[in-house]
Unconditional design. Structure first.
Length: 244
């Protein structure tokens, strides 16, 4: 059956996550609802990356199958869907792909950023974490470099995660400064539940002098999450891109 990809962008603040859940508003549930209203039939979507509650995305994907190819052609379809859907979600594209293409398993990499700001700013309050304390960008980047030299991230996975492996290949890990904003950027083949926020929270302890680089390295190698700080709020995290 013909397969289609949907490219979406969303602000996750008001949603209980990406994947559909019973009795909760989710990105998948809202898009499936809008498609049912417009096309008067049910759709089952498969997502590429399951962002947590409150996490944002500039680029994420679903796929679905449908044999009525002409139904999804033309700019009017996007306009009509976006008129129905939540104002916090925009459907950017719906396009035909190979019948065996898979939005999750065919993804070659995912690119995230976590934003922190150190001066009160109402325009960042729902998209970045307010942290008005001194940080050493040099120490943060030294910690970020340690991440590039490991592939085992069990220590940075939350418990009760149903995965068969904790192996992740990280190809980018860096901190940059833009004005009064400090941004952690990371790119990898896959990410575990809570992994990016756990890395950020623990690296902040290195950046503020409360943890040594040696201790951070020990935690990375320990395969134990007891010393990892998973408390970073979700609204600072954004999925920037999914590579195929």
């Amino acid at each position: 059956m013909p397969r289609f990809f949907i490219e979406v962008s969303y602000k996750g603040t008001q949603f209980a996550g990406f994947q559909i859940q019973a009795n909760a508003e989710t990105i998948q549930g809202e898009i499936e609802r809008a498609m049912k209203v417009l096309f008067r039939k049910d759709f089952i979507l498969t997502g590429s990356s399951r962002t947590d509650a409150g996490v944002h995305a500039l680029e994420n994907y679903f796929h679905f199958d449908n044999d009525e190819i002409q139904m999804f052609e033309g700019e009017a379809i996007l306009y009509n869907l976006n008129s129905i859907i939540s104002e916090d979600i925009v459907i950017k594209r719906i396009y035909r792909v190979e019948d065996e293409a898979h939005s999750r398993f065919d993804a070659k990499g995912r690119y995230y950023e976590y934003r922190i700001y150190n001066r009160k700013d109402p325009f960042l309050s729902d998209r970045a974490y307010y942290y008005p304390y001194p940080l050493s960008l040099q120490k943060l980047n030294e910690a970020a470099q340690i991440i590039l030299h490991t592939t085992e991230f069990q220590a940075f996975s939350k418990k009760n995660t149903q995965v068969f492996t904790y192996q992740c290949k990280i190809t980018m890990s860096e901190w940059i400064e833009e004005g009064h904003t400090i941004i952690f950027r990371i790119k990898g083949t896959r990410f575990l539940r809570g992994m990016v926020r756990g890395l950020v929270g623990t690296m902040l302890k290195v950046g503020n002098g409360k943890m040594s680089l040696e201790t951070f390295k020990e935690i990375v190698e320990s395969k134990n999450n007891l010393r990892v700080d998973f408390s970073m709020p979700a609204h600072g995290l954004t999925l920037l891109k999914v590579d195929y």
